[in-house]
Write a protein that binds this ligand. Structure first.
Ligand code: B1M
Length: 209
């Protein structure tokens, strides 16, 4: 088994100290930081994402795998700049105003980062205008909104309207998701993409960048 396969396997098992150790070893062996990221860490995370989508693993396993990925990233980050890894793009993410549910939103963040997308996480209870202003300030092209309550999903319409009002509707893609959100709802508010789960959301986001 190559060091990258080993790294990917330990990441899928959520064994953070082992992942960290292998990233360090790969660097010491002279492996390229970009290859360590893509063939070791991201490859492992993408397998976890697929398994999650197919109900072969569940939320706890995903969160543990994500912790292992973050542990590896800590070691790798300083070397990535020098390897000149291109950021794949930037997304603004949050749970909408009035809604405090963040487990699904955090999974979206993990899956996006697993695909190499930089995420500005605004947290929960986020005003429509904050999504748009942050996208403008950060020069981000993707806005990803999560809502778990039927009473808060309407805020997503506000995000679309604010984007129009603030003159950036043609510059951003607005993605929506969360348990009560549907494809029909997405169409009714004029958002761009709906996905049912976090892994699919990251596939769509990557295809947009
Ligand atoms: Co709340 N809650 N909750 N809750 N809670 C629900 C959502 C509810 C369905 C429970 C129920 O009644 N059966 C119900 C909503 C009913 C409705 O609106 N139709 C409900 C309610 C009513 C409430 C309160 C109002 C309860 C009260 O106080 N009376 C209150 C509201 C607080 C607030 O937000 N203002 C409340 C509070 C809470 C807790 C704080 C206790 C806790 C949240 C803790 C936290 O998030 N840190 C909580 C929880 C845990 C739930 C349930 C049990 C689980 C939600 C969850 O995390 N699921 C939930 C019942 C349920 O869903 N079975 C419920 C796991 C998570 C991985 O799934 O977030 O759906 P989910 O994410 C999925 C997809 O939806 C998708 O990806 C994930 C899978 O890959 N996804 C996206 C999510 N965002 C996406 C964005 C995308 C794409 C995909 O693109 C951008």
């Amino acid at each position: 088994m190559s060091i990258f396969e080993e790294m990917s396997t330990f990441l899928q098992q959520g064994r953070a100290p082992k992942v960290k150790e292998l990233v360090q070893q790969a660097l010491t062996d002279g492996e390229n930081a970009k290859e360590i990221l893509e063939d070791g860490l991201l490859s492992g995370m993408s397998i976890v994402g697929e398994k999650f989508k197919n109900n072969e693993v569940y939320v706890p396993e995903v969160l543990i795998a994500a912790r292992a990925m973050n542990a590896g990233m800590e070691v790798l980050k300083p070397h990535l700049a020098s390897a000149d890894v291109e950021a794949k793009g930037k997304a603004i993410l949050g749970t909408v105003k009035g809604d405090l549910h963040d487990i699904g939103k955090n999974l979206v963040k993990i899956m996006f980062e697993g695909k190499g997308i930089e995420v500005i996480d605004l947290g929960t209870d986020v005003e429509a205008e904050t999504f748009i202003q942050t996208a403008i300030d950060e020069n981000a092209t993707i806005i990803a909104c999560s809502a778990l309550l039927t009473t808060t999903m309407g805020v997503m319409k506000g995000v679309v309207e604010k984007a129009e009002e603030m003159g950036v509707r043609d510059k951003v893609k607005i993605m929506v998701g969360g348990a009560p959100v549907t494809e029909n709802f997405k169409d009714s508010i004029g958002a761009d993409y709906y996905t049912a789960d976090a892994a699919s959301a990251s596939d769509v986001a990557l295809s947009l960048l």
